[in-house]
Design a protein around this ligand. Sequence first.
Ligand SMILES: *Cc1c(COP(=O)(O)O)cnc(C)c1O
Length: 369
Amino acid sequence: MKKRISVAAPCLRENEKRYVQQCLDTNWISSAGEFIPRFEKAFAALTRTRFAISCSSGTSALHLALLGLGIGPGDEVIVPTFTFIATANAVTYCGAKPVFVDSEPETGNLDPALLESLITPRTRAIVAVHLFGHPVDMDPVLSIAKKHGLKVIEDAAEAHGATYKNRPAGSLGDISTFSFYGSKMITTGEGGMICLNDPEIAARIDLLKNHGMQPDRRYWFPVVGYNYRMTNLQAAIGLAQAEEFDWHLKRRQEVARTYNQALQGLRNWIDLPQVREWASHSYCMYSVVLRPELKLSRDEFMDRLAAAGIETRPFFYPMHTLPPYLEQKKYPVAEALAPRGVSLPTHALLSEEEILAVAQEVRKLCPSS
Ligand SMILES: *Cc1c(COP(=O)(O)O)cnc(C)c1O
């Protein structure tokens, strides 16, 4: 049987093994140990923020970021309807209400032009999700936030290495969050990071992620906290990945370039990922949208590729169509994109041969040009 091509895969190299072995050899496998501060320091350098705080997942990073900003019951937080559910859930965990915003058609990211109409006296923050690795148009988001006194959280779970006007995603708002799940640009298996510049909020997040224990007073808990810590084992893998970050980013961008060239001729049937003039795309996922001219449903398209040994991934369902967040209100752009979107295999281990094989199978599903 032909080798299956998976949609995502971690890419572990030499130092991951070496550093993990060091944890095992020294007995430091829990949430203390040298790799945690080393990974945090390396990651802060990548995002050009003063603080990077490790935690257990991208979801706990979002929860801690919102708590750090003081989001709580009765508050409203604007989040895109077109995102992974963790973005909305983290708002719900705080007792706050996610208020959804529709996408702009080019990138699927939140449409800044729609934000102001959603702001009420209860609105406290906006979560900008840099979907698939393409940054949100942040300047209008930041100026609207400033005008209305709102905080801006960047959900950069998919955007390690992306830039907006030459500044790293994750350095643009009040606070940002990253995920190191297995499919992301770099991984720790499960894990997350919160990046920010404000020392007071950083201290509050440190407290909350460690059961709420006062750092200078053992077993004294001034607040109800969480155990959202990362382990030294995870940080060992993360440090090795962060040290070779440029390589990981370059590989994904090469994968995208090869897809772009190979799929160029199919633009009558498939919309390829767009890159705005002020952005660099990190290609966490190379995602395409099937045009209505392609008389094939997205699920059929995925099934046909699966039959050829190629794993793909459908776009997220918009949040307002899911049981916990169901709304009658229409979000036309997200509703049009979601059922026609599919992510092609995107990871650092893909060979040029494999990418061309994917493109070849995609070509077979398009009418001959
Ligand atoms: C992956 C992801 C998350 C959640 O990260 P986990 O580490 O899986 O908890 C949150 N938001 C977005 C946009 C993601 O892609």
